[in-house]
Design a binder for this molecule. Sequence first.
Ligand SMILES: CC(C)(COP(=O)(O)OP(=O)(O)OC[C@H]1O[C@@H](n2cnc3c(N)ncnc32)[C@H](O)[C@@H]1OP(=O)(O)O)[C@@H](O)C(=O)NCCC(=O)NCCS
Length: 394
Amino acid sequence: MNERTREHAPSEALAERPPGPDAVSRSGPKAASPMRRAVFRSTAEEGRALLERAPVVHLATTAKGGRPILRAVHGVIDGDVLAFHGAPAGEKLDGLGRQAVIAAHEVVAEIPSWFVDPERACPATTYYVSAQVHGVLEEITAPDVKARVLEGLMAKYQPEGRHVPIRSDDPRYAKAVAGLLVAGVRLDDVVCKAKLGQNGRLEERRRIVTELWRRGGPGDARAVDTLVRRFPELTPAFLERDGLRLAATLDASELDEIAPLLDEAYWLAGVPREAVLAAFLASAAVVTARDARTGALVALARATSDGKVAWIYDVVVRDEHRRAGAGTAVMELLLDHPAVRGARHVRLTTRDAEAFYRRLGFLELSEAPRHPWRSIEMIRAKPTAARVALDDRA
Ligand SMILES: CC(C)(COP(=O)(O)OP(=O)(O)OC[C@H]1O[C@@H](n2cnc3c(N)ncnc32)[C@H](O)[C@@H]1OP(=O)(O)O)[C@@H](O)C(=O)NCCC(=O)NCCS
């Protein structure tokens, strides 16, 4: 352990506590101020999840003499503590043993006034979710717990691994573990606030959802899904279809569910599952359809796009739901998706669903209006020709 003088007593309880159960479920009455409007308050679980996934959290505390400190830190949840690390000498050290707040937020959408009022600026607002944990900033001193926090940070920020796991008794790490400051705040008092227009009139809130879809800026399709998932009463007509609930974005948590549907696609044979799922996450637009009653995934489709040219891939309907309109529903929503709707060309290839796509306005390339000049469609396909510059240097 490095030699440092400090005016606080490090918390052994904090340091030696094993990872505990979900601490925020124990959030006490202090977890939300009675002064806050109930409608804005969200669950402590949601706050914890936000603090956990935030790429950066902000730590506010005070130093000697009450001087305020505000720092951005990489946070990770270890048991029921939100922990971070830092240099053994620095301002964060000054805050040890003092009251602190760690906060994170996510902007859901910027809502311009003209969505609801053509004249007055007053309705302009931002929809967001924020979380704060209040408590005493305590140092974590037990070497094995410090190592666990540091390993947790690695897992969060370097999920691909490719390093020897951090252990305090590993000679490669012992000095670093001893020398770093690791500190945290217990997740006993988590406040989460979701400001998503809940106090507005239903009709106005529905209009905002439709306007978000119409505006179609970065993040707007996701904002529509976020709002509709949370407040089903806001679901616009374009996300409902014959017993289906449509969504215009894919969440990483849905990957396990979409994988089996794609396993049967003949055109994906031989493509590793991870590559297929990564392509879904990287797509400009992904549309899903679920059974409105059971929530089961029924259909999906995706597109890549630069706004000018879009390519549609992986249109699949679960076997037992075919010829009931689900394919048409996901395709129509995909064609209206902000990433696709403005494209000058929307392209795809198909082996045997030509009639299905013709009904949606697609033509064979040879039938489509051509440029006045001669052009040849070309492709560079792996593995015959594709080599990246780095391969050549290797
Ligand atoms: C092709 C597919 C996406 C169509 O979805 P779907 O929900 O069954 O289609 P819909 O019910 O919306 O069909 C609307 C119309 O499209 C046409 N159609 C549907 N599937 C078709 C197919 N496989 N071939 C040709 N036309 C088809 C029919 O005219 C149909 O109307 P009808 O049922 O009244 O005759 C679906 O059958 C599927 O997942 N197939 C396997 C995967 C696949 O081939 N995907 C396309 C890859 S390019």
